[in-house]
Design a protein around this ligand. Structure first.
Ligand SMILES: Nc1nc2c(ncn2[C@@H]2O[C@H](COP(=O)(O)OP(=O)(O)OP(=O)(O)O)[C@@H](O)[C@H]2O)c(=O)[nH]1
Ligand SMILES: [Zn+2]
Length: 188
């Protein structure tokens, strides 16, 4: 990432480090490379990650992809937050290759984010791709800006959800999804 290694050198100086000392010599280069990966979602589009992954299909039963790990960086502090995402939908003529759900989660996580926005972006993406009868996304995240600084709450986690179609209008459908993903949430 051009420019980022120079900025990292300045950053090291600003925190009182010596960017020339042996252990830090290659750090600006490593940081630039790491950040290029951590923010690679900016370079991608929904179309580029899904490719030919949408298929015609008759089925109309709920599909749930659980426990998709995500790693993101909060836009307020540029510190990591990470956890699990669960994505469900009820097809209406079209289905999506299962791996694509994880690719969609990564597409939106590898940016500066807030958890709420990732959650709704995933739901909107599935909605746009499949026009299904419903979409549900539940995410649980641990925010290091709340754990290692600030309020310093190491055990708190944040759950966000986005419900579309039947998951929003029908309590039984929503309950079926929630009971399927329950127990996979951290320590509960
Ligand atoms: N809604 C939401 N808030 C987030 C997320 N990640 C971090 N935050 C919060 O963003 C807020 C920024 O608040 P500010 O008061 O501007 O910043 P701050 O003084 O560093 O806040 P503290 O963390 O309370 O010390 C904090 O409350 C963070 O906990 C997220 O994904 N969603
Ligand atoms: Zn933060």
């Amino acid at each position: 990432m051009p420019g980022l290694s120079g900025l990292t050198r300045d950053w090291l100086s600003a925190i009182g480090e010596d960017p020339e000392r042996e252990g830090l010599e290659r750090t600006p280069h490593r940081v630039a490379k790491a950040w290029s990966y951590l923010t690679s979602g900016y370079e991608q589009t929904l179309q580029s990650v899904v490719g030919e992954g949408v298929f015609a299909s008759e089925g109309s039963e709920m599909v749930i992809v659980k426990d998709i790990e995500f790693y993101s960086m909060c836009e307020h502090h540029m510190l990591p937050f990470y956890g699990r995402a669960h994505v469900a939908y009820i097809p209406e003529g079209r289905i999506l290759g299962l791996s694509k759900f994880a690719r969609i989660v990564d597409l939106y996580s590898r940016r500066l984010q807030v958890q709420e926005r990732i959650t709704t972006q995933i739901a909107d993406a599935v909605q746009d791709l499949l026009a299904p009868q419903g979409v549900a996304v539940l995410m649980e995240g641990v925010h290091l800006c709340m754990a290692m600084r600030g309020v310093q709450k190491q055990n708190s986690s944040t759950t966000t959800s986005a419900m579309r179609g039947l998951f929003r209008s029908d309590a039984r459908t929503r309950a079926e999804f929630m009971s399927a993903v329950q127990g996979t949430l951290r320590g509960r």
